[in-house]
Design a binder for this molecule. Structure first.
Ligand code: SAM
Length: 252
């Protein structure tokens, strides 16, 4: 998988992508991430990337020319990318299902906005997907792009060493994760649930399944309503299967 990130703050993006799971995935060649400085695609002495808004009003707007030039240069290097993503608070809300979809693409180009946002013609003619990370406004698209990259790349096969750990994460099959504990067994008077130290694998499995369900109902009942749960069809089917398995167990 190749990801190009277009930004006016390449050092900020590079720093975050050099560490941890994503940094290791890059080193191992599982994902190639190229951070592009938008100013490299300007053609004036001041390397301008923004200009005043037509119609007046506060702030500046990102000019279309450097962004078109950057995406066209990337396309010329390696063929048309399947997705050109604009980070914007007005986009579709990012979910686990969306991360899964992006993780199956060969090539992704991400545009980080700044100021009041980008000239609308970029969204109309260059961009295939507009993605928001939530209903709040940040000062730039770099942190949103990093959120999307992290959530996406960790779903690329091989990136997280133990695939079972990703499979048990919150949202993967429609439930939240179960609670985790490590040593010591008693900490400041708080004991680890008895079942976890029992060594009885069947009982532990049953407890974890019950905890996932309890937590999801208590904290995120919207995930169970089948409405806007961000799940893809496979995940919904998997959750339905898990619910059936649980009913069968309880019927035992
Ligand atoms: N005027 C814009 C609006 O109200 O829709 C907000 C512009 S914001 C200050 C500057 C840039 O930050 C945006 O162009 C976008 O790239 C990024 N951004 C801010 N909040 C975001 C969010 N919730 N999700 C994705 N990108 C966001």
């Amino acid at each position: 998988m190749v990801i190009d990130v277009i930004t006016i703050f390449p050092a900020m993006v590079e720093a975050a992508l050099a560490e941890g799971v994503i940094g290791r995935a890059r080193e191992r060649g599982l994902v190639e991430i190229r951070v592009r400085d938008l100013r490299e695609y300007t053609d004036d002495r001041h390397r301008s990337v923004d200009d005043v808004p037509y119609g007046g009003g506060p702030g500046m707007v990102m000019k279309p020319e450097p962004l078109f030039r950057a995406v066209e240069a990337i396309t010329a290097e390696g063929g048309r990318p399947p997705a050109v993503v604009l980070m914007t608070p007005q986009g579709r809300r990012f979910t686990h299902a969306e991360a899964g979809r992006l993780s199956r693409l060969d090539h992704l180009v991400m545009i980080c906005g700044r100021y009041e946002g980008v000239d609308e013609r970029v969204a109309e003619a260059l961009v295939t997907d507009e993605i928001s990370i939530g209903d709040y406004v940040l000062s730039g698209g770099e942190l949103p792009a990093l959120v999307v990259i992290d959530a996406t790349v960790r779903l690329v096969p091989g990136v997280v060493g133990d695939a079972a750990s990703v499979a048990a994460d919150s949202f993967v099959d429609g439930w939240l994760d179960y609670p985790h504990y490590t040593r010591p067994a008693v900490f400041r008077g708080m004991a680890v649930p008895e079942v976890l130290v029992s060594g009885h694998h069947g009982e532990i499995e049953r407890w974890r399944r019950a905890e996932r369900e309890r937590r999801t109902r208590a904290r995120r009942p919207d995930l169970l309503s089948g409405g806007d749960d961000g799940l893809d069809t496979a995940s919904r089917a998997s959750r339905a299967g898990a619910a059936k398995e649980k009913r069968d167990h309880e019927g035992d």
